[in-house]
Design a protein around this ligand. Structure first.
Ligand code: FUB
Length: 324
């Protein structure tokens, strides 16, 4: 299968979250920038300061860069590292969710509100209370209920939240170990105004095919970061990155809150350390948005790509053999 070209090459972009709003395909990526920071397991090299939003009317057609939608300087609580964002629409308003380190170096998740899908977005002055770690992903179900998924281990600090409170010293453990269950991503309902967590933050249970929680030692399947949720034929597909083994994988469940059962791989490792994606239906076809480092050769300068996805007879996901 031929390697697709990045959807844009005038900026380095990563972590694409794709949505269809008003018949157009919108992409909310991280905006990677050049820095002198050496690569490390903390992810310090991903030192982003703003977000751009892209849109396209058709796949393969021109991609519009709508310019800066939000920048770190406009958000009072943000110190640095605006990582993978996502967006949602409800009642004609658009919400941008984004993680960043606060002034104490703790990753939190913020929300900013706009009147148009491309922004600009006005940030709430404080992060979402009860949010933590990285990689927010939203899902609005057919009944209008909205969910926020988040979490990432290692540099994403999820290991610091095992007790429900931030324990800085726990950072060094990076993750659970051996036969322990792997650390699990988080999900919470969003309030009607989409700006707060409604009720408790829960773990997203991801079972292996044997019905038991995936072990921490199973690096080919355990959750690392980059949660995404989509719905197909009434079932909920929870997909994520396995991090240090560089796969995009997915699990299927009957409810947006889980539990989910591991179902397979979506994408083999791409060029570059990180892999992060979204899945969206547009004009009757399904697409995987992801990134790699094919343009730069540097882990922190990534480029967003897209490929068509199909479902097989058992509703399992796979890359389309011929790409439209
Ligand atoms: O872009 C910074 C981080 O790299 C993201 O938050 C992770 O998902 C990984 O792609």
């Amino acid at each position: 299968m031929a390697d697709p070209k990045p959807i844009v090459d005038h900026l380095f972009t990563a972590d694409p979250s794709a949505h269809v709003f008003n018949g157009k395909l919108y992409v909310y990526p991280s905006h990677d920038r050049e820095t002198d920071i050496q690569d490390n397991d903390n992810g310090d090299q991903y030192d982003m300061t703003d977000y751009h939003v892209f849109s396209m009317d058709s796949v393969g057609g021109p991609v519009t860069d709508h310019g800066i939608a939000l920048k770190a300087d406009s958000v009072p609580w943000v110190d640095k590292q605006m990582w993978a964002p996502d967006a949602a629409e409800k009642n004609g308003k658009y919400y941008l969710y984004y993680p960043a380190r606060d002034k104490e170096g703790i990753f939190r998740i913020g929300v900013a509100v706009g009147d148009k899908p491309e922004g600009p977005f006005e940030p709430d002055p404080e992060p979402i209370q009860g949010s933590y770690s990285i990689d927010p992903a939203t899902f609005v179900d057919d009944d209008g209920k909205a969910y926020l998924y988040f979490g990432g281990i290692w540099g994403g600090q999820l290991q610091c939240w095992r007790t429900g409170k931030f324990v800085r010293e726990a950072y060094e453990t990076m993750e659970a170990s051996g036969d322990e269950p792997a650390l699990l991503p988080r999900v919470a309902k969003l309030t009607d105004d989409m700006r707060s967590i409604d009720g408790e933050v829960r773990e997203v249970v991801i079972n292996d095919s044997d019905g038991k929680l995936i072990h921490a030692s199973n690096h080919d399947r355990r959750f690392f970061e980059a949660a995404w949720l989509h719905k197909y034929k009434g079932k909920y597909y929870f997909s994520y990155s396995t991090g240090d083994t560089h796969y995009l994988v997915y699990a299927i469940g009957e409810s947006p809150l889980g539990p989910f059962t591991y179902a397979g791989r979506i994408l083999e490792p791409v060029q570059g350390w990180t892999t992060h994606h979204s899945i969206v239906e547009f004009k009757g076809k399904w697409y995987l948005f992801y990134h790699d480092t094919s343009l730069s050769g540097k882990n922190h300068l990534r480029s967003v790509k897209m490929r068509e996805l199909v479902y097989d007879a058992d509703d399992k996901l796979k890359l389309a053999e011929s790409q439209s």
